[in-house]
Design a binder for this molecule. Structure first.
Ligand code: GTS
Length: 208
Protein backbone atom coordinates (compact mmCIF):
# COMPACT_ATOMS: atom_id res chain seq x y z
CA UNK A 1 0.00 0.00 0.00
CA UNK A 2 1.05 3.58 -0.59
CA UNK A 3 -0.09 6.48 1.58
CA UNK A 4 0.02 9.91 -0.08
CA UNK A 5 0.29 12.37 2.77
CA UNK A 6 2.06 15.35 4.28
CA UNK A 7 3.65 14.13 7.47
CA UNK A 8 2.63 16.06 10.57
CA UNK A 9 -0.66 17.36 9.17
CA UNK A 10 -3.76 16.33 11.13
CA UNK A 11 -5.72 14.32 8.56
CA UNK A 12 -2.75 12.21 7.42
CA UNK A 13 -2.03 11.62 11.13
CA UNK A 14 -5.42 9.91 11.42
CA UNK A 15 -4.26 7.24 8.98
CA UNK A 16 -0.82 6.88 10.53
CA UNK A 17 -2.56 6.23 13.87
CA UNK A 18 -4.93 3.69 12.32
CA UNK A 19 -2.00 1.95 10.57
CA UNK A 20 -0.11 1.79 13.87
CA UNK A 21 -3.17 0.44 15.71
CA UNK A 22 -3.52 -2.30 13.11
CA UNK A 23 0.22 -3.11 12.96
CA UNK A 24 0.41 -2.07 9.30
CA UNK A 25 2.99 0.73 9.40
CA UNK A 26 5.75 -1.45 7.94
CA UNK A 27 3.47 -2.63 5.13
CA UNK A 28 2.96 0.92 3.92
CA UNK A 29 5.07 3.13 1.70
CA UNK A 30 4.71 6.81 2.61
CA UNK A 31 4.75 9.27 -0.29
CA UNK A 32 5.04 12.95 0.66
CA UNK A 33 2.84 15.41 -1.26
CA UNK A 34 4.04 19.02 -0.96
CA UNK A 35 0.76 20.51 0.32
CA UNK A 36 2.23 23.90 1.39
CA UNK A 37 3.76 24.12 -2.12
CA UNK A 38 0.42 23.34 -3.80
CA UNK A 39 1.35 19.92 -5.26
CA UNK A 40 -2.05 18.56 -4.15
CA UNK A 41 -3.76 20.92 -6.61
CA UNK A 42 -1.70 19.72 -9.60
CA UNK A 43 -3.33 17.39 -12.20
CA UNK A 44 -1.18 14.38 -11.20
CA UNK A 45 -2.49 14.41 -7.64
CA UNK A 46 -6.03 15.49 -8.60
CA UNK A 47 -6.19 12.33 -10.71
CA UNK A 48 -5.77 10.39 -7.46
CA UNK A 49 -8.20 12.51 -5.43
CA UNK A 50 -10.30 15.13 -7.26
CA UNK A 51 -10.94 16.82 -3.89
CA UNK A 52 -7.25 17.75 -3.79
CA UNK A 53 -6.69 16.68 -0.21
CA UNK A 54 -4.40 14.29 1.63
CA UNK A 55 -4.36 11.52 2.72
CA UNK A 56 -4.98 9.08 -0.13
CA UNK A 57 -4.34 5.36 0.19
CA UNK A 58 -3.40 3.46 -2.97
CA UNK A 59 -3.90 -0.30 -2.77
CA UNK A 60 -1.70 -2.81 -4.58
CA UNK A 61 -4.33 -3.26 -7.32
CA UNK A 62 -4.37 0.50 -7.92
CA UNK A 63 -7.61 1.22 -6.03
CA UNK A 64 -7.53 4.75 -4.61
CA UNK A 65 -9.18 5.54 -1.30
CA UNK A 66 -9.60 9.05 0.05
CA UNK A 67 -11.51 10.33 3.13
CA UNK A 68 -10.05 9.15 6.44
CA UNK A 69 -13.23 7.40 7.57
CA UNK A 70 -13.28 5.30 4.38
CA UNK A 71 -9.57 4.51 4.61
CA UNK A 72 -9.90 3.52 8.29
CA UNK A 73 -12.89 1.34 7.47
CA UNK A 74 -10.72 -0.50 4.92
CA UNK A 75 -7.71 -0.85 7.25
CA UNK A 76 -9.87 -2.08 10.11
CA UNK A 77 -11.06 -4.99 7.96
CA UNK A 78 -7.78 -6.06 6.35
CA UNK A 79 -5.88 -6.70 9.57
CA UNK A 80 -7.12 -8.27 12.79
CA UNK A 81 -10.61 -7.95 14.17
CA UNK A 82 -12.37 -4.69 13.32
CA UNK A 83 -11.42 -3.00 16.56
CA UNK A 84 -11.62 0.64 15.50
CA UNK A 85 -15.04 0.68 13.85
CA UNK A 86 -16.92 -1.83 16.00
CA UNK A 87 -18.01 -5.44 15.76
CA UNK A 88 -21.75 -5.62 16.45
CA UNK A 89 -24.27 -3.65 14.39
CA UNK A 90 -25.14 -1.50 17.42
CA UNK A 91 -21.47 -0.74 18.16
CA UNK A 92 -20.78 0.08 14.52
CA UNK A 93 -23.70 2.49 14.46
CA UNK A 94 -22.72 4.14 17.73
CA UNK A 95 -19.05 4.54 16.80
CA UNK A 96 -19.96 5.94 13.35
CA UNK A 97 -22.36 8.42 14.97
CA UNK A 98 -19.87 9.73 17.53
CA UNK A 99 -17.06 9.80 14.97
CA UNK A 100 -19.11 11.92 12.59
CA UNK A 101 -20.13 14.39 15.30
CA UNK A 102 -16.49 14.81 16.37
CA UNK A 103 -15.37 15.12 12.75
CA UNK A 104 -17.99 17.68 11.68
CA UNK A 105 -18.18 19.60 14.96
CA UNK A 106 -14.56 19.60 16.07
CA UNK A 107 -11.90 18.56 13.53
CA UNK A 108 -13.57 20.06 10.45
CA UNK A 109 -14.72 23.10 12.43
CA UNK A 110 -11.14 23.84 13.54
CA UNK A 111 -9.95 23.28 9.96
CA UNK A 112 -12.56 25.74 8.67
CA UNK A 113 -11.40 28.29 11.26
CA UNK A 114 -7.82 27.79 10.01
CA UNK A 115 -8.71 28.08 6.31
CA UNK A 116 -11.12 31.03 6.67
CA UNK A 117 -10.19 33.12 9.70
CA UNK A 118 -6.39 32.85 9.51
CA UNK A 119 -3.94 32.98 6.57
CA UNK A 120 -4.49 29.25 6.18
CA UNK A 121 -2.27 27.76 3.50
CA UNK A 122 -1.58 31.19 1.99
CA UNK A 123 -3.10 33.24 -0.85
CA UNK A 124 -2.03 30.88 -3.66
CA UNK A 125 -4.03 28.00 -2.18
CA UNK A 126 -6.82 29.74 -0.22
CA UNK A 127 -8.77 30.99 -3.24
CA UNK A 128 -11.88 31.79 -1.17
CA UNK A 129 -11.96 32.91 2.46
CA UNK A 130 -14.86 33.99 4.66
CA UNK A 131 -13.59 35.24 8.03
CA UNK A 132 -17.06 35.43 9.61
CA UNK A 133 -17.72 31.80 8.71
CA UNK A 134 -14.30 30.85 10.11
CA UNK A 135 -15.09 32.62 13.41
CA UNK A 136 -18.45 30.89 13.60
CA UNK A 137 -16.78 27.52 13.08
CA UNK A 138 -14.43 28.26 16.00
CA UNK A 139 -17.53 28.65 18.19
CA UNK A 140 -18.85 25.33 16.89
CA UNK A 141 -15.55 23.66 17.82
CA UNK A 142 -15.80 25.03 21.37
CA UNK A 143 -19.39 23.86 21.67
CA UNK A 144 -18.36 20.39 20.52
CA UNK A 145 -15.63 20.33 23.19
CA UNK A 146 -18.36 20.99 25.82
CA UNK A 147 -20.35 18.07 24.42
CA UNK A 148 -17.22 15.88 24.56
CA UNK A 149 -16.69 17.00 28.18
CA UNK A 150 -20.11 15.68 29.09
CA UNK A 151 -19.37 12.28 27.49
CA UNK A 152 -15.89 11.99 28.98
CA UNK A 153 -17.18 12.72 32.48
CA UNK A 154 -18.85 9.30 32.29
CA UNK A 155 -16.51 7.10 30.23
CA UNK A 156 -12.82 6.97 29.22
CA UNK A 157 -13.27 7.12 25.43
CA UNK A 158 -15.76 8.91 23.21
CA UNK A 159 -17.68 5.84 22.07
CA UNK A 160 -17.43 3.86 25.34
CA UNK A 161 -14.77 2.04 27.31
CA UNK A 162 -12.28 1.46 24.52
CA UNK A 163 -10.32 3.38 21.88
CA UNK A 164 -12.04 3.70 18.46
CA UNK A 165 -11.93 5.70 15.25
CA UNK A 166 -13.86 8.46 17.07
CA UNK A 167 -10.85 8.98 19.34
CA UNK A 168 -8.52 9.07 16.31
CA UNK A 169 -10.63 11.90 14.88
CA UNK A 170 -10.55 13.72 18.22
CA UNK A 171 -6.75 13.39 18.31
CA UNK A 172 -6.51 14.98 14.85
CA UNK A 173 -8.75 17.77 16.15
CA UNK A 174 -6.42 18.35 19.12
CA UNK A 175 -3.45 18.45 16.74
CA UNK A 176 -5.17 21.05 14.52
CA UNK A 177 -6.42 23.03 17.55
CA UNK A 178 -2.86 23.20 18.91
CA UNK A 179 -1.67 24.48 15.55
CA UNK A 180 -4.23 27.33 15.48
CA UNK A 181 -3.78 28.01 19.23
CA UNK A 182 -7.32 27.05 20.15
CA UNK A 183 -6.85 25.86 23.74
CA UNK A 184 -9.12 23.33 25.39
CA UNK A 185 -11.04 25.54 27.84
CA UNK A 186 -10.55 25.18 31.62
CA UNK A 187 -14.24 24.32 31.78
CA UNK A 188 -13.40 21.00 30.05
CA UNK A 189 -11.10 19.22 32.54
CA UNK A 190 -12.12 15.75 31.36
CA UNK A 191 -11.30 16.64 27.75
CA UNK A 192 -7.91 18.00 28.88
CA UNK A 193 -7.11 14.78 30.77
CA UNK A 194 -8.31 12.68 27.83
CA UNK A 195 -6.12 14.63 25.37
CA UNK A 196 -3.12 14.05 27.65
CA UNK A 197 -3.94 10.33 27.83
CA UNK A 198 -4.26 10.06 24.05
CA UNK A 199 -0.90 11.78 23.57
CA UNK A 200 0.72 8.94 25.57
CA UNK A 201 -0.83 6.20 23.47
CA UNK A 202 1.67 4.13 21.45
CA UNK A 203 -0.04 4.47 18.07
CA UNK A 204 -0.30 8.23 18.53
CA UNK A 205 3.33 8.59 19.56
CA UNK A 206 4.34 6.46 16.56
CA UNK A 207 2.30 8.69 14.23
CA UNK A 208 3.92 11.92 15.42
N1 GTS B 1 -12.32 14.92 5.04
C1 GTS B 1 -11.01 14.75 4.49
C2 GTS B 1 -10.43 13.41 4.94
O1 GTS B 1 -11.00 12.78 5.83
O2 GTS B 1 -9.44 12.95 4.37
C3 GTS B 1 -10.15 15.94 4.90
C4 GTS B 1 -8.81 15.98 4.18
C5 GTS B 1 -8.11 17.32 4.32
O3 GTS B 1 -8.76 18.38 4.44
N2 GTS B 1 -6.79 17.30 4.28
C6 GTS B 1 -6.02 18.51 4.36
C7 GTS B 1 -5.63 18.98 2.95
O4 GTS B 1 -5.20 18.18 2.15
C8 GTS B 1 -4.76 18.26 5.13
S1 GTS B 1 -4.92 18.61 6.87
O5 GTS B 1 -4.17 19.83 7.13
O6 GTS B 1 -6.36 18.83 7.14
O7 GTS B 1 -4.40 17.50 7.57
N3 GTS B 1 -5.77 20.29 2.72
C9 GTS B 1 -5.39 20.88 1.49
C10 GTS B 1 -6.17 22.12 1.17
O8 GTS B 1 -5.84 22.75 0.16
O9 GTS B 1 -7.10 22.45 1.91
Amino acid sequence: MKLYEFKGFPNPARIRIALAEKGLLDKTEFVQVDVPGGEHKEPTFLAKNPSGTVPVLELEDGTLLSECTAITEYLDHVAGEPGLTGETPAMRGRIAMIQRKVEAGFLDAVADFFHHATEGLGPDIESYQNAAWGARRREVALKTLSWMEEILSKQPYLAGDRFTVADITAQAGFLFAGFVKLDIPESCPNVRAYAERLAERNSIRQAA
